[in-house]
Design a protein around this ligand. Structure first.
Ligand code: ARG
Length: 377
């Protein structure tokens, strides 16, 4: 029997990966977790429905191309199942008129060593997203006797999990960036309450024995506490950055290789102990390059900072979006072989090259890259 699942960090040689798909992605129906509001592109707040087919086709073409590039580098590529995300869903607590999609596997699946953990997620539209990965996870489970298949407690996601839902977002939208940072980010309080543990897998940065978890608008303190107890052999650290609407760590702070991390040039770290931890262990943190875009494309709820949402093939080789020339040059200057990949069409489906993938196998074992620790952090 084969060893299929093994990945402890973001940089060791990649051997097997899941790449998402754009098929059937929806602008989701209204729900308390989030407001989608694209008045200029046919989806004002409250409107929902399938993403335009030409955008789906363009995104799928770029994802298929990326899968082929990965395969040409000897990486085995798995794809989730296409599902009907327009289907309404129901739990004992609520109904939801649509779901979302399955473009960003990174959001749902957290691979730590021989474990893949299905995240709770915090949007009702994403409640059943894990089902698209079940055929793959079942296959890994059958073939790899060491594969630990885990699922975090499914959340109730009743109104008690949200501070006011749409009203929260209405207030949020009325503020400028700095006001929103002062009111919400500095108080660690966005729409999610602490009713139950909630986290997205993409809020976790994997640095061997150390995991950095973004306290974000989709991951609450209870979620970080749950992860801390779930991974007793790891050191779990809270990460926070100066941004008004934090969602996922991988466009904000990413490791490049042992001793080197890339930090969003605009989103300053707020956790002083985190910066100190990197310093005392001789890690260098470099600010990322300027993104090529000034505004995100139509129907995109991610920011232009997907420019730094890269995927490492190994410690020396990195996939970067084709048109992000400044980011490519910076990584080249840092000693990387840069492989450009066209991926802008995928952004509106939930992210960049890192979001669109989930690690299954990278070489190597759990290592300690932060032997000096800070008590209490
Ligand atoms: N919130 C990030 C930004 O817009 C995008 C992160 C997307 N990451 C992901 N895994 N889906 O800057």
């Amino acid at each position: 029997m084969a060893k299929i699942v093994n990945s402890w960090n973001e940089w060791s040689r990649l051997r097997r990966v899941i790449v998402g798909r754009a098929d059937g992605t929806m602008i989701q129906a209204p729900e308390p977790a989030i407001v989608r509001d694209f008045p200029d592109d046919g989806f004002p707040a409250g409107a929902y429905g399938p993403m335009p087919q030409d955008m789906v086709d363009a995104a799928n073409e770029q994802m298929d191309n990326f899968a082929a590039i990965l395969e040409s580098h000897g990486v085995v590529v798995d794809r989730p199942e296409a599902m009907d995300w327009s289907k309404a869903i129901e739990t004992p607590d609520w109904t939801m008129d649509s779901q979302f999609g399955v473009m960003p596997p990174r959001d749902v699946l957290l691979t730590v060593g021989s474990e893949i953990l299905e995240a709770t997620m915090s949007q009702r539209a994403r409640w059943f997203e894990y089902l698209a990965y079940r055929p793959l996870l079942q296959e890994y489970f059958r073939e790899d006797p060491d594969f630990r298949w885990e699922s975090a407690p499914k959340p109730r996601l009743t109104d008690a999990s949200y501070h006011g839902g749409p009203e929260f977002w209405h207030e949020f939208e009325s503020l400028d960036e700095e006001e929103a940072i002062e009111r919400f980010t500095m108080n660690r309080r966005w729409n999610l309450t602490e009713e139950e543990p909630l986290f997205d897998a993409a809020d976790v940065g994997r640095f061997g024995k150390d995991l950095f978890v973004y306290h974000s608008s989709v991951t609450n303190a209870a979620g970080i506490d749950w992860l801390t107890r779930h991974f007793p052999d790891h050191r779990v650290h809270v990460a926070r950055f100066r941004e008004s609407h934090p969602v996922h760590l991988d466009a904000t702070f990413v490791p490049l290789r042992p001793g080197l991390a890339l930090s969003n040039r605009k989103r300053v770290p707020l956790e002083e102990d985190m910066v100190t931890l990197f310093e005392i262990n001789d890690w260098e943190i470099v600010p990322c390059a300027e993104p090529a875009l000034e505004e995100p494309p139509p129907l995109c709820y991610c920011s232009v900072w997907l420019s730094m949402n890269t995927l490492l093939l190994d410690e020396k080789t990195i996939f970067v979006e084709e048109q992000e020339k400044a980011q490519q040059q910076q990584l080249y200057d840092l000693g990387f072989e840069v492989i450009p990949v066209p991926f802008w069409a995928v952004g509106p489906f939930g992210g960049g090259l890192h979001c669109a993938t989930a690690d299954v196998y990278r070489d190597g074992d759990m290592e300690d890259y932060f032997p000096k620790q800070i008590p209490g952090y």
